[in-house]
Design a protein around this ligand. Sequence first.
Ligand SMILES: CC(C)(COP(=O)(O)OP(=O)(O)OC[C@H]1O[C@@H](n2cnc3c(N)ncnc32)[C@H](O)[C@@H]1OP(=O)(O)O)[C@@H](O)C(=O)NCCC(=O)NCCS
Length: 390
Amino acid sequence: MDSPIKNIGLRGVVIASTKICDVDGANSRLLYRGYLIQDLAMETTFAEVAHLLLHDKMPDIHELVNFTNQLERNRTLPPNLICAMQTRPVTTPPMDILQACVALLAHHDDSLPENSLPLARNRAMGLIAKLPTVVAAWTRIRQRLEPIEPVPGLSMAENFFYMITGERPDRRIAELFDRALVLHAEHAFNASTFAAREVASTRAHMYAAVSAAIGSLSGELHGGANTRVMEMLKAIGTKENIKPFVEDKLEKGELVMGLGHAVYKNGDPRVEILRPMSKEVGERVGDTHWYEMTEELERVGKALFKEKKDLEIFPNVDFYSASLYHTMGLAHDLFTPVFAMSRVAGWCAHIIEEQFADEAHKPVLYRPESEYIGTYCGPEGCTLVPMDKR
Ligand SMILES: CC(C)(COP(=O)(O)OP(=O)(O)OC[C@H]1O[C@@H](n2cnc3c(N)ncnc32)[C@H](O)[C@@H]1OP(=O)(O)O)[C@@H](O)C(=O)NCCC(=O)NCCS
């Protein structure tokens, strides 16, 4: 059946109001609670940004110390969760482990099913604190190594590398990793946040909403793109291969990962911050090959999209994250879990807004309509043929 409805994937459809984030695609501007991403990335830490998102306030020094201490106290995983991970096949993708572990964490929350703003903020803090521990523990368990406990006194970034390798990372690498977490923490009604809000709108608990969001983030058109960018760079190998690679993709109508964005049509502001970070880390570890490949792919990709499709295309947040995380020494399938470790702050802020917004802005249960284009045999429905006659 022909349909006049074009599948637009909700592009441009405003479905709720939010005080958390403004993605201004036309002007390449990103605001978290009114603050420009450039200022947050260069002048604050991930802990400050997580506080801003959850409490709608930049923390003063006392609030920050308190918030950081609470994160520190929440990093350790219940022993049962580690045992559950140890029973999983070592080939299980880390995003699937993360999604399952968030669902399992609900079983360890004695305060469920009660919900209140303080309880929701505590749960959010628990998730922000524990996701890096889950990712690091799985990284070791799948190598048949014992997980390493988080240590007090280290930042979230330092702890993450420490729990993977057993060694404290270079201070500057940890600072830049923290900045990457700031850049990924929030992005309005993207696919995974929408998933979280949709689940929260049914009044399901925060763990259900966050695990749905992790499932959504795992797809290659969303958070999974950063891993796919690295696989693509590896497959291309050298700068000389970039032009034929992009030409081939365009000819076959296939995607060049890390390019394009559903909202930013004039450039993603996070790229301008990530590009020099990727360069700096490459120089620091003595391997700028992947940074240079990414830069060349940006240049050649832009020119070829213009020439062959008459389209201005720009890199998105995943493009330079790939070479950045690779040169930081992270396994490629950890790139998307790292994205989740940061975005969980945004998801939780949205879940809280969904469930505790003031009356004037309270969202309602999401329930869109669809247009039926399947079989139609008339108002009586199709004749049901008995099993022996089908
Ligand atoms: C992110 C994405 C889904 C946005 O898609 P979108 O909103 O449909 O983008 P546009 O409307 O601007 O696309 C315009 C055209 O460019 C094409 N295009 C966009 N990004 C492309 C890419 N990375 N590679 C090849 N073609 C691309 C589209 O297919 C479309 O072609 P068409 O007009 O022939 O149908 C898309 O750019 C994409 O798939 N990028 C690669 C995956 C990725 O990096 N995802 C992470 C996003 S943060």
